[in-house]
Design a protein around this ligand. Structure first.
Ligand code: SAM
Length: 413
């Protein structure tokens, strides 16, 4: 069977660049697998949302729904004039809509890709026995005992058999789990153990699991030790009370105090901020948040979500269930960026990332997509804030950065 070069490269990289356009289709599983050699992310676990509807997924369906009673909803149905904010939201949506429809059409026209999508999401059965319950790090971190919890890192022995007289304790280190920078300095995965669950830590990754109140501990001692890529997916409030079942949210003003500027490298940093499509939020980010963080030269990207049959996960016009989200890109310390180092400092407008979404709020990995646009001397330093997973070579912070590192989400290669 002959497959195109583009398709071969997609199978390898997880990125399919649509001909001559700024549209890419990505397979997050393939992108994540760049972080692993002995393990692989289980496609069935990643894409579980595509074939089962759990409580969590139902929450997601209602994610963007407003928390108003049916009574109020009915009352709202009466046609009325849009206020200024709604008009501006509608204008933005219409712009996005025509661009996204074009991107989606181009995606549907890629020969062979559609037929492949269903194979992408389910390559093997979801093997985890489901006996142990998933740990709730958000809850554990808020216990009074949190400072006492420890995690054991089990470093692989360099040569099978060697040192075996020392028993199983070779390469086993026990460290506090919360409010502690935990790193795997080896190039290989390290398995970690906490309370009968196993976690996979990618090579050269590190994480700091804490509440927002401790985030300043991540600020580098010197500005030339800062980060060149800062990915942020904040727990925005969205008006839906139900969402609290999945993770806690924070009022917008809290994000003004994120030390993003202090985390940025003096040679410049690319900031990638995930956003829901609420106009009020968009205005807050443009007028307050980005100025407070010192972010300029902002570009907008879209994440368009499709089902394994290629169709959009919802209608573009359904106000509270839109099949797309925003990703804003901008730069800090722009004045110090060496334009020769980063030829594409000014990303052209409107890129579209298409993917089949994983479970609630899980975003596609961005490192590889943004690689060419990260300023600074190589090797660049990358950090994700509010992370729920780790990436090889990156620093990750949040109140549950180990969440998707649970061995239930992996298979051995
Ligand atoms: N990017 C992630 C992914 O792709 O899976 C999703 C991030 S989610 C939108 C926001 C995260 O922020 C959640 O894990 C939530 O628990 C965390 N969070 C909420 N309040 C926090 C706080 N006060 N301190 C630290 N993290 C918090």
């Amino acid at each position: 069977e002959s497959i195109s070069e583009e398709f071969k490269s997609f199978l390898d990289s997880g990125i399919y660049r649509l001909d001559g356009s700024k549209v890419v289709f990505v397979d997050p599983v393939r992108l994540l697998n760049d972080s692993y050699s002995r393990f692989g992310v289980s496609p069935s676990a990643y894409y579980s949302r595509s074939f089962q509807s759990t409580d969590r997924e139902r929450v997601e369906e209602e994610d963007n729904a407003p928390s108003i009673s049916k009574k109020k909803r009915k009352r709202k149905k009466r046609p009325r004039d849009l206020n200024e904010r709604e008009k501006s939201a509608e204008k933005r949506h219409q712009e996005a809509k025509s661009l996204l429809l074009k991107a989606h059409r181009a995606f549907l026209e890629v020969a062979g890709l559609q037929a492949f999508l269903s194979k992408l999401v389910k390559c093997e059965e979801f093997t985890h026995d489901g006996e142990t319950e998933e740990k709730n790090f958000i809850e554990l971190g808020s216990h009074w005992q949190a400072p006492l919890y420890e995690i054991a890192l089990c470093f692989p022995k360099s040569h099978e058999g060697e040192d075996s007289w020392l028993g199983n304790h070779v390469g086993r280190t026990v460290v506090p789990l919360f409010n502690n920078l935990i790193s795997n300095e080896t190039n290989d995965e390290v398995e970690a153990e906490f309370n009968n669950s196993q976690y996979i830590l990618p090579g050269r990754s590190c994480f700091y699991m804490s509440d927002l109140r401790q985030i300043r501990n991540l600020i580098p001692a010197k500005s030339d030790q800062g980060f060149n890529l800062i990915v942020i997916d904040p727990p925005w409030e969205n008006g839906s009370v139900r969402q609290k079942a999945v993770f806690p949210t924070l009022p917008n003003r809290y994000f003004l105090y994120l030390p993003v500027k202090e985390l940025a490298h003096a040679e410049g940093a690319l900031v990638a901020l995930w956003m829901t499509n609420r106009e009020k939020l968009r205005m807050f980010v443009e007028k307050d948040l980005f100025p407070a963080w010192g972010v300029s030269n902002v570009t907008i990207c879209y994440w368009l979500k499709v089902k394994p049959d290629g169709s959009l996960i919802g209608e573009l016009d359904l106000f509270h269930h839109r099949p797309y989200e925003y990703l804003l890109l901008g730069y800090i310390n722009m004045e110090n960026i060496n334009s020769e180092c980063t030829p594409a400092v000014n990303l052209e407008d409107a890129h579209v990332i298409i993917s089949i979404p994983g479970v609630h709020s899980r975003k596609p990995p961005l490192g590889k997509l943004l690689w060419d646009h990260i300023p600074g001397t190589k090797p660049v330093k990358c950090i994700e804030l509010f992370a729920r997973e780790l990436v090889a070579g990156w620093s990750c912070w949040g109140n549950e950065p180990l969440h998707f590192q649970d061995s239930r989400y992996f298979m051995e290669r």
